[in-house]
Design a binder for this molecule. Structure first.
Ligand code: NDP
Length: 290
């Protein structure tokens, strides 16, 4: 049974949800926020507002950070770096893998251990079943604090490299943002043809529900670097994406997104992948040797 006491720095919507969840679960929580007034409802529920970052750090071994980005992390911690020794920083601030690696090295320089976290759910789902957070960093440190971290969400430790949690998070956000834009693109086409979003919605859901089948098949292609054109050929895909783009252009809809997608298909055609599956487009996207 771990020590049910921690410090949480950063009281945006996410940090507020986290502190409330810890309080609901009987934790003693010390908080600090640049705008101290945001702590008032938490103090009313029993949280302790530390007057300085130094005092917030001194209160507990485990320090959870929920800040806008890593620039904000340094803005808060750099002036108090002398108080970091012996602390475990669970940094649930989103940013790039490179910044997470730098922060882990920076924390180590000041005698602290760093766990990177990538929270996969919005604030209302903190503390709710089915939510999850990617973690990376030293496994023994993660194990020692897993119980406290799991109060917020399920905790999925992805490896020792501090950048990994951020990489998984950004990979997932890549899928989220681009697929949501494809949804809006389809809705714009619908609107241009007098079809409401609500009328396209069931068909969009059907399309998304079919995606896992494709993901399973094409992940295998990518991992084996073999792109057999037995189910689909890139030449067919390139013709199809041209039809899609022309359909949107004819309807007067913005084609910026589709032009970018089309450019990738045609780069694959130019490379001679016409008879391969369109999964061969990974060869256009991936990091090039040298
Ligand atoms: P906000 O940007 O609203 O939180 C901002 C927090 O960072 C506040 O406490 C703010 O202080 C503080 N802050 C920002 N800049 C500085 C600075 N220069 N110096 C000191 N403090 C600073 O973010 P959220 O609460 O929404 O999210 C927190 C983290 O969680 C982010 O990294 C976000 O990407 C991630 N996340 C958020 C999700 C969401 O849906 N909200 C979902 C998944 C992850 P002040 O109150 O004084 O402004």
């Amino acid at each position: 049974m771990g020590n049910k006491s921690l410090t949480l720095i950063g009281l945006g919507p996410m940090g507020l949800a986290m502190v409330n969840t810890y309080l609901d679960n009987g934790y003693q929580v010390t908080v600090w926020n640049r705008t101290a007034a945001k702590a008032e409802p938490l103090v009313a529920r029993g949280a302790v507002l530390a007057p300085t970052v130094e005092e917030a750090l001194a209160a507990n071994e485990l320090v959870v950070l929920s800040l806008t980005d890593y620039d904000a992390v340094y803005a808060v911690l750099e002036p108090a770096a002398g108080s970091l020794s012996g602390k475990v920083i669970a940094n649930l601030t989103s940013d790039t893998p490179e910044k997470a690696r730098e922060a882990a090295a920076w924390a180590a320089k000041h005698g602290a251990k760093h766990l990177t976290g990538g929270v996969q759910v919005p604030p209302p789902l903190i503390g709710k079943p089915g939510s999850s957070t990617y973690y990376s960093g030293p496994k023994d440190v993660f194990d020692a604090h897993e119980e406290a971290l799991k109060v917020l969400t399920e905790a999925d430790h992805r490896g020792e490299d501090a950048g990994l949690a951020a990489m998984y998070y950004q990979a997932q956000m890549t899928i989220f943002w681009t697929s949501m834009l494809s949804f809006y693109q389809a809705l714009a086409l619908g609107q241009a043809n007098g079809v409401a979003a609500q009328d396209l919605l069931p068909y969009a859901k059907m399309q998304f529900a079919m995606m896992p089948h494709f993901l399973d098949l094409y992940a295998q292609h990518v991992d084996t670097a073999s792109y057999p054109g037995d189910v689909d050929r890139l030449a067919m895909g390139a013709a199809s994406i041209d039809h899609v783009t022309h359909t949107h252009a004819d309807a007067g809809v913005n084609t910026t997104l589709l032009d970018a997608v089309s450019a990738i298909f045609h780069a694959g055609m130019d490379k001679g992948f016409a008879e391969n599956s369109f999964s061969s487009l990974i060869e256009i996207l991936k990091k090039q040797a040298g």
